[in-house]
Design a protein around this ligand. Structure first.
Ligand code: NAP
Length: 241
């Protein structure tokens, strides 16, 4: 049994991930942005899930969530699932929050970051990136950055399994009703990487699609780019990895 935090589990892939992990007998901490959204998680909480509440665009909320989790029972895995497609929350939610949680939570040995095939169209440049969310961010760039973060963590924390997953274009609120890929397969890889002994023994530093390792954008394994990204996020948040 593994204790796993799934961010953004009120809906979509995060909720499906949390439901399957609970059904498989794992301890799950679900997460919602506020009390109103947490109400939709009642069924999972009644089945034993823990709850973390906080808006990932708010760095104080992210720090508080990390502090509460560090004080609670040891967390073994995190699925950094929460994400937004467009607008000012893109960089704060898709990149800064997973970075801060990774820097502040020291116990988890398995980290899974939701990437996207869109990351292949991202620009490997940090010039002018607005991490604070004062202006709209590029989804493709944010997914390139979070995929690079996953690879950097794999390099710098050899005792941690850190991987990025493209879930495919699946029919969630974000994916839309006509998304062509398989919703079930869209969350299996995250679960496998978060809890399976086999998955842990097999891999770190991967970019995965439906349990197959795929080549990511070439910047992802560029150590200079990784270090620049970590440096920018450390400077922005005041928290080094
Ligand atoms: N669906 C696809 O086709 C697809 C493809 C590639 C990658 N992905 C990635 O997969 C992940 C899950 O996507 P999805 O399709 O399940 O999206 P979704 O249905 O829109 O769900 C996103 C989840 O993230 C939460 N979230 C967003 N902003 C938040 C914030 N500021 N604070 C706390 N929680 C927040 C949402 O909470 P609320 O419900 O309260 O907004 C929701 O629970 C994302 O990282 C996405 O980029 C999805």
């Amino acid at each position: 049994m593994t204790r796993v935090l799934v961010t953004g589990s009120a809906e979509g892939l995060g909720r499906l991930t949390a439901e399957s992990l609970l059904a498989a007998g794992h301890e799950v901490v679900v997460h919602a942005r506020n009390k109103e959204r947490a109400a939709v998680l009642r069924a999972l909480i009644d089945r034993g899930a823990g709850l973390a509440v906080g808006d990932l665009t708010d760095r104080d909320d992210v720090r508080r969530i990390a502090a509460e989790l560090e004080d609670a029972e040891t967390l073994e895995a995190v699925v950094h699932n929460a994400g937004v497609w467009s607008g000012r929350a893109v960089m704060p939610v898709n990149v800064v929050a997973p970075y801060l949680l990774t820097a502040l939570l020291r116990s988890p040995r398995r980290l899974v970051y939701l990437s996207s095939g869109s990351h292949l169209g991202g620009h490997p440049s940090l010039r002018g990136v607005d991490w604070s969310g004062r202006s709209a961010g590029s989804y493709a760039d944010s997914k390139l950055f979070v995929t690079t973060l996953a690879a950097a963590v794999a390099r710098l924390r050899p005792d941690v399994s850190s991987n990025a997953v493209d879930p495919g274009w699946v029919p969630t609120r974000m994916g839309g009703p006509s998304a062509p890929d398989d919703l079930e397969l869209g969350h299996r890889t995250q679960e496998w990487l978060a809890v399976s002994e086999n998955g842990h023994a097999l891999t770190t530093g991967g970019y995965w699609y439906h349990q197959q390792r795929r080549p990511p954008h070439r910047a992802v394994h560029d150590e200079l780019f990784q270090d620049q990204l970590l440096g920018a996020l450390a400077e922005e948040t005041g928290v080094p990895l």
